[in-house]
Design a protein. Structure first.
Length: 170
């Protein structure tokens, strides 16, 4: 992924929102190393014009107990967790106090349907990125990834409602 000025053609990632956020992101990278995670990619600052600071997309092979795997970072830092099978992967995905968005990549309609129903997240994606959602539908998480009503969409007014839609053919 190309890091730089987001207004330039071909750039995927722009600058970090603030110096404080960059400091936070860098502290998570240090924690990833301290917890014994294996740095697979990135981890370094990228300087570009006008003194803006970006962070290269960073990926750790981690354990479920590592901070980079347990906390919301809000920066280009992610953790890869190995799972034995689908059931183990779903358990890992749900074993968190957060639940903003979850995703699965699969060719199995069985697993896609099961994941959509059982992933404990406010938004669930199948074969799609977990960012860049439609601004016309509710946006929000579950567990500690939610604060108040859903943002956007008509469900924003339903402050105390957890919305779920289910269909059954008779």
């Amino acid at each position: 992924m190309k890091v730089g000025d987001p207004l330039e053609q071909g750039v995927d990632i722009g600058p970090v929102a603030s110096q404080a956020q960059l400091d936070t992101d860098l502290s998570y990278i240090r924690a990833g190393h301290e917890d014994g995670g294996e740095l697979l990619a990135g981890g370094e600052r990228v300087e570009w014009k006008m003194g803006a600071t970006s962070l290269a997309p960073t990926l750790f092979a981690a354990k479920p107990s590592d901070r980079v795997a347990r906390e919301e970072i809000f920066g280009p830092v992610a953790a890869l967790l190995r799972a034995d099978d689908y059931e183990h992967a779903l358990a890992l995905a749900n074993d968190t106090e957060f639940g903003l968005c979850a995703g699965i990549c699969t060719t199995s309609l069985k697993y896609a349907t099961h994941f959509k129903r059982h992933a404990q997240a406010g938004m669930v994606m199948v074969n799609l990125p977990t960012a860049g959602v439609d601004p016309h539908v509710p946006f929000g998480g579950r567990k500690a990834s939610s604060y108040g009503p859903r943002e956007q969409g008509r469900y924003a007014v339903e402050f105390y409602t957890t919305v779920k839609t289910a269909y059954t053919a008779a």
